[in-house]
Design a protein around this ligand. Structure first.
Ligand code: COA
Length: 179
């Protein structure tokens, strides 16, 4: 992994840069649930604000053009007391031109280390990946996440066919920090 990439917390002022990143991913490589025209300002503002309230949101800038973001990850609390020990809705996205270079791993490792060091109350981190996104599923397993089932015909693919979503979680007591 090149040392030139560095991870920082996202600010509300990153809103439009995150929109641009997510739209590029939705249009070119897929993997995230929303299509490009569904990545609205309201949606991005909502998850930035929720993560600032209780959660984590991290980004990596393009070292040759810091105005552009090449990767983002976020996860946050569902916001009610019975779920105060978990972070959910985890999404990670690396720009298509930068995938497969270790950038996602750098970002995800940093996220998990931050949960370890700053959020001892978080026992469980959860996400959902569609079954055909084996790249992402392998990626999450590498970091200690486990598949917890199969949500049959939950999500529609590019051509409208329905496919399964795979709920996955990292549970602190089960395995300890894998990173
Ligand atoms: C999934 C994603 C975050 C991985 O980030 P990345 O920077 O491409 O991944 P890395 O280069 O750090 O690779 C880490 C692991 O991912 C998997 N991986 C990466 N590229 C892969 C490829 N082309 N094929 C299969 N697995 C791959 C491997 O498990 C790899 O482990 P290894 O380094 O031991 O081989 C990124 O590809 C992405 O943003 N995809 C589009 C959005 C998406 O699918 N998000 C997840 C939604 S659930």
């Amino acid at each position: 992994m090149q040392l030139k990439y560095s991870v920082r917390g996202a600010e509300l002022s990153d809103l439009y840069k995150i929109m641009v990143l997510y739209r590029a991913i939705a249009a070119r490589s897929g993997g995230i649930a929303r299509q490009a025209d569904e990545i609205t300002e309201a949606h991005v503002r909502n998850f930035i604000e929720r993560c600032h309230e209780k959660g984590i949101i991290l980004v990596i800038e393009d070292p040759s053009n810091p105005e552009t973001l090449i990767a983002e990850v976020h996860t946050c609390s569902p916001g009610i007391r019975v779920f105060s020990h978990l972070f959910s809705d985890l999404t990670i996205a690396v720009h298509p031109d930068y995938q497969g270079k270790g950038i996602g791993s750098l970002l995800f490792r940093t996220l998990l280390q931050e949960i370890e060091s700053k959020h001892p109350e978080i026992i469980r981190v959860e996400l959902v990946a569609k079954e055909s996104n084996q790249k992402a599923i392998r990626f999450y397993k590498k970091f200690g996440f486990r598949a917890e089932g199969r949500l049959e015909k939950r999500i529609s693919g590019k051509t409208g066919e329905l496919e399964a979503d795979i709920p996955m979680a990292w549970v602190r007591q089960e395995q300890g920090p894998p990173f």
